[in-house]
Design a protein around this ligand. Structure first.
Ligand code: UDP
Length: 240
């Protein structure tokens, strides 16, 4: 039985990094989809029944984004800590390196998946059995490649909602594996985008750092106050 908090209709698991990583390791053997929604993604789901159902059909939904942590607190069913999708992904890559688990990476612009694959092999010692960029119109050959190569971990980095939709549509076609909707992780793994310095992460200001680095995200980020206000006024406090 999952222990979750319902944040605007999305069931978020009340996990910390350690318990999330333990469960994710199990999914490598049993098969499982892990999503990593931040407030922007949850607002998308709040406005789309179809997308909300897709998120709720995951095996684990981790609280990525400090806004999700605050929301759970407001809803009186707090989560232990923020579990950033990128950090969970790195934990799993380290585990893959230590246990000879093949990894497949799908997503990012042309060249990004390849660079990310090289860095995964170099930095984590994990074997990357295949990679593809995220802008192919027909993805059937990617499905065939994953079926054939049987990775233990598939990172799907297509951004939301595309990555979650793709995972749910296709996961049954593959041998059991861990599939993570990993968003912009391919860009960070490729060295194309940088994670915020630790001080920003510790002060819960990673979102602010991303805004400074990419001012074009301003309009996307306007959704953050909207998310908090919606949680305050429309959040289901029966969670408690
Ligand atoms: N992307 C992709 N295919 C698409 C749309 C997006 O591979 O059709 C990639 C994009 O290149 C980027 C990632 O998906 O690497 C999404 O990045 P974003 O910063 O939006 O991720 P998020 O903030 O959702 O984690």
């Amino acid at each position: 039985m999952r222990d979750t908090v319902c944040v605007l209709g999305v069931n978020v698991d009340r996990v910390n990094m350690q318990s999330a990583a333990e469960r994710a390791k199990e999914y490598i053997k049993t098969g499982g989809a892990v999503f990593t929604p931040n407030p922007e993604i949850i607002m998308k789901a709040y406005k789309s029944e179809e997308y909300k159902n897709v998120l709720n059909s995951a095996d684990m939904v981790v609280p990525d984004g400090i806004g999700v942590v605050y929301a759970a607190k407001i809803l009186k069913k707090p989560v232990p800590e923020r579990v950033a999708g990128y950090d969970l992904t790195c934990n799993m890559l380290k585990y893959a390196g230590e246990n000879d688990i093949p990894v497949y990476i799908y997503g990012g612009k042309d060249g990004i998946a390849k660079k990310a694959a090289e860095n995964i092999e170099h930095d984590f010692g994990a074997k990357v059995c295949g990679y593809q960029h995220g802008y192919h119109k027909d993805t059937q050959f990617i499905i065939d490649e994953i079926k054939e190569k049987k990775p233990g971990i598939v990172l799907v980095c297509l951004g939301a909602p595309k990555q979650e939709m793709w995972i749910m549509e296709n996961k049954k076609k593959f041998s059991p594996c861990l599939m993570i909707g990993a968003g912009g992780s391919a860009d960070v793994l490729a060295g194309e985008a940088k994670r915020a310095p630790d001080i920003f992460i510790k002060m819960h200001l990673e979102w602010f750092y991303r805004l400074l680095k990419q001012p074009s995200r301003f309009f996307r980020m306007m959704v953050l106050p909207q998310f908090m206000i919606t949680v305050l006024f429309k959040g289901d406090r029966k969670n408690a």
